[in-house]
Write a protein of this length. Structure first.
Length: 389
């Protein structure tokens, strides 16, 4: 009996090879079938690294009993914070099977082999489990958690200098310490960005942090002066296991940056810090076109406070960038989003990453625009913005 051949979905037509790609742990890197146009450099502006049991040895002696611990247990990685696992065992096992048990997520040598096959020259690394720690309110331990993570990631990048870089986490909850924190980060090998949460939660006094509020201007000023881009990355609220929640979580996360961009723009942050660079990672680029239109419409239609020096959309083209893996609708809207405002990434080795069809996803960028534009999107903009030359 013949096997029923299902019709291709729109996504599968956009990206050949997407059908049945499976979890990262079952994929193989995609080998070359042709040379890229001369001058092409492929840079992933968003890839991921699995944290080791890195905190215990970097914590002060009197706080070691409170340091997060990472262990492999019952078929999955268990991250304990204050003695409590951040994922239930069944979720940890599922995550292991989907990507966390793929060797390249925590082994530099294996990773380099995959990158070489798929033609990726350099990567900007983001965490795997650290996003969950954003939800911790305890300020005493939080500073030690992020400093230890930053120091650890510097040692990872030193294993492949000129190929691996990372986004560090600064002290964003106490603006009086922001400058010192960012100065420490700039001294670390491979540090090329300042990652802060989408939901910043509480400050030192237990009050909600307002990114556009006057208290945060010391942080924005220090970031602007440093020259390091400030980065928002999806992934702070993992699904809890309800029916359909995993798919819904990813779907919403990948279109979740209107609030962050709107706060900084309408709140006047870009007026007060005109040289600040902000990057929105793993949310695609298609959201940008409609957000810019709506923001300008809103500004023209309502009485706004504060008054801005420019129309909201103009700040996007001066201050902001977005990162995508595959986004055919967004690539069709480049004339609205800005060729020099978008960067490609592989998201290696997440389930939604291009790992296994990375070269196909790159070909889709070349097919969507001119070679010059594609080369900016695929690497040249990231090289300049993150100082990876």
């Amino acid at each position: 009996m013949d096997t029923l051949e299902l019709p291709l979905t729109r996504a599968e037509r956009d990206i050949p090879g997407l059908r049945g790609i499976g979890p990262a742990t079952e994929r193989k890197p995609q080998a070359a079938t042709r040379e890229w146009p001369a001058g092409t450099r492929i840079i992933s502006a968003d890839s991921h690294w699995m944290e080791d049991d890195l905190w215990i040895d970097r914590f002060p002696e009197h706080l070691k009993d409170r340091a997060p611990r990472m262990h492999f247990k019952d078929g999955g990685w268990e991250l304990l914070v204050e003695g409590k696992p951040m994922l239930p065992p069944e979720a940890a096992r599922a995550t292991c099977l989907s990507n966390e048990c793929y060797p390249g997520i925590r082994d530099v040598a294996h990773r380099m082999k995959d990158l070489d096959i798929e033609g990726v020259e350099k990567e900007l690394l983001f965490p795997q489990r650290l996003f969950g720690i954003y939800m911790i309110y305890d300020l005493d331990i939080r500073e030690h958690i992020y400093r230890a993570y930053n120091e650890y990631m510097a040692t990872v990048c030193e294993q492949a200098p000129d190929r691996l870089y990372f986004a560090a986490v600064p002290n964003y909850w106490d603006p009086s310490k922001a400058r010192q924190s960012i100065e420490e980060i700039k001294k670390l090998p491979g540090a090329r960005g300042l990652m802060i949460p989408i939901n910043p939660r509480l400050d030192n006094d237990g009050n909600p942090i307002q990114y556009a509020g006057p208290a945060m201007d010391a942080f924005w000023a220090a970031a602007e002066e440093s020259g390091l881009p400030v980065i928002f990355h999806v992934g702070e609220k993992p699904p809890t296991g309800g029916p359909g929640e995993a798919g819904t979580f990813v779907l919403v996360q990948q279109q979740g940056f209107r609030g962050s961009w709107g706060t900084l723009t309408f709140g006047g942050v870009f007026d007060r810090h005109p040289n600040l660079k902000v990057v929105f990672v793993e949310g695609g680029i298609s959201w940008v076109a409609s957000a810019l239109h709506d923001a300008d419409m809103i500004y023209n239609s309502f009485v706004m406070d504060p008054k801005l020096e420019m129309m909201p959309s103009e700040y996007w083209f001066r201050n902001c960038y977005a990162v995508f893996m595959t986004d055919p609708p967004g690539l069709e809207l480049l004339h609205r989003i800005g060729v020099d405002r978008v960067m490609w990434s592989s998201d290696y080795p997440h389930p939604e990453s291009s790992f296994g069809y990375t070269r196909t996803s790159i070909e889709q960028v070349f097919a969507s625009t001119t070679v010059e534009n594609a080369q900016k999107i695929l690497g040249k903009t990231a090289l300049d913005l993150f100082n990876m030359h």
